[in-house]
Design a protein around this ligand. Sequence first.
Ligand code: NDP
Length: 446
Amino acid sequence: MADFDLFVIGAGSGGVRASRVSAAYGARVAIAEEYKVGGTCVIRGCVPKKLLVYGAHFAEDLDDAAMFGWDVPQKRFDWQVLRDNVLAEVGRLEGAYTETLTNHDVTIFHERAVVTGPNSVRLASGREVTADKILIATGATPVLPNIEGVEHAITSNEVFLLEKLPKRIVIVGGGYIANEFAGIFHQFGSHVTLVNRTDVILRHYDQQLVDRLMQISLRKGIDFKFNALIERVEKRDDGTLHVSMSGCDDFDADAVLFATGRHPHTSGLGLEDVAVKMGDNGRIVVDDDNRTSVPSIFAVGDVTDRVQLTPVAIREGQAFADTYFGKKPHKVDYNCIPSAVFSHPPLAGVGLTESQAREKLGQVKTYTSDFRAMKNVLAGRNERSLYKLVVDELTERIVGIHMIGPDAPEILQAAAIAVKGQLKKSDFDATVALHPTMAEELVLMR
Ligand code: NDP
């Protein structure tokens, strides 16, 4: 008999869910984690990032407070205070995740594990462990370019640990992390330059909303350098970084953050030796039931590079446990996954963008509401929100909702139910507005 029914490598969102649920079904489960229990999302991703986003928002809230009658004599931001509080919260969550696993009798190995056979792994301590099933849930790691001086740059892994707030930061990339940290550092008072290899940012979001984010970001004072690449980073004696560019002038900066995507974390896991089929970027190829080319080895989450989002990894972990240990087989439905960029202001979307809908459906009608949130009006903040409904003209079904503005992700989560439920524009029209809210715009577009 094998030592365990299930051995999971990687205690992130997908791995923890799969372990906990499989154990609750009665499986004998072990999990190995070489860093911290919780994975990218909890330790150095979504959670600490969102806390920084909250922290960053105070910059504008404190400015706006005066128009609401509050006298805020002086505002001063202390990066170390926020950083340490965020790290303490992350530590608390790591403890909570560990407790959940131990409460479910999951054996935790706080060390690296590599696959040595279809049913065996070797721990860093040298111990060999056997299991009926092995689940790889090792996530993804930031990609760094092969340029001179790249060791002076940081990624989203290190950004939460910065000793001090950089006065000038160069952020490379035009995706989620770049836009989120551009907003965060700008609000904290850093001068932000965002460098992108093309002139397209957030390419999977609706163009009209991305344009709005660009306009607002530019007006706030974030610098964008398009069609530009970093060629070299040089550290001067005083600690400043000289960034040599192609496509624009060189800069001096205090920090360079690469946010140019994340690749599956599979190197050195021993997968090639046991003939697990891998795709481009080192992703593990799996079928709809998360099974790899080796029947006893499975994979969920970012390591499979399907949709790199935490809630998706959690669903995959749950489906794996239900299917193989809970006698409730099911597959993850990847249709209509809502997503958001926690930029300043945030942007969120679900379903088809206008251009995707035109390509797929042909006849499409869009409705937009371009408005200034009440709070911004009183504050004298000239920042407009934009909501957009994309409707299939033939069926009148809402096939996409896209929003930029305060709390857009909070509102979109509920609106996503309507898209998933294939509701029609007439269902929105029939819904009475909840006044005064920003969300009421969703049912007032005519
Ligand atoms: P993204 O895939 O979002 O963006 C990567 C960016 O880097 C793109 O603009 C891309 O350009 C550019 N890029 C890619 N390769 C290079 C290169 N060699 N040189 C220069 N530029 C390059 O990745 P992120 O790193 O921002 O985030 C990683 C993943 O993490 C995301 O895909 C997302 O799934 C997840 N995430 C989700 C968040 C959320 O849900 N709010 C927040 C943060 C991360 P191009 O468009 O031309 O390819």
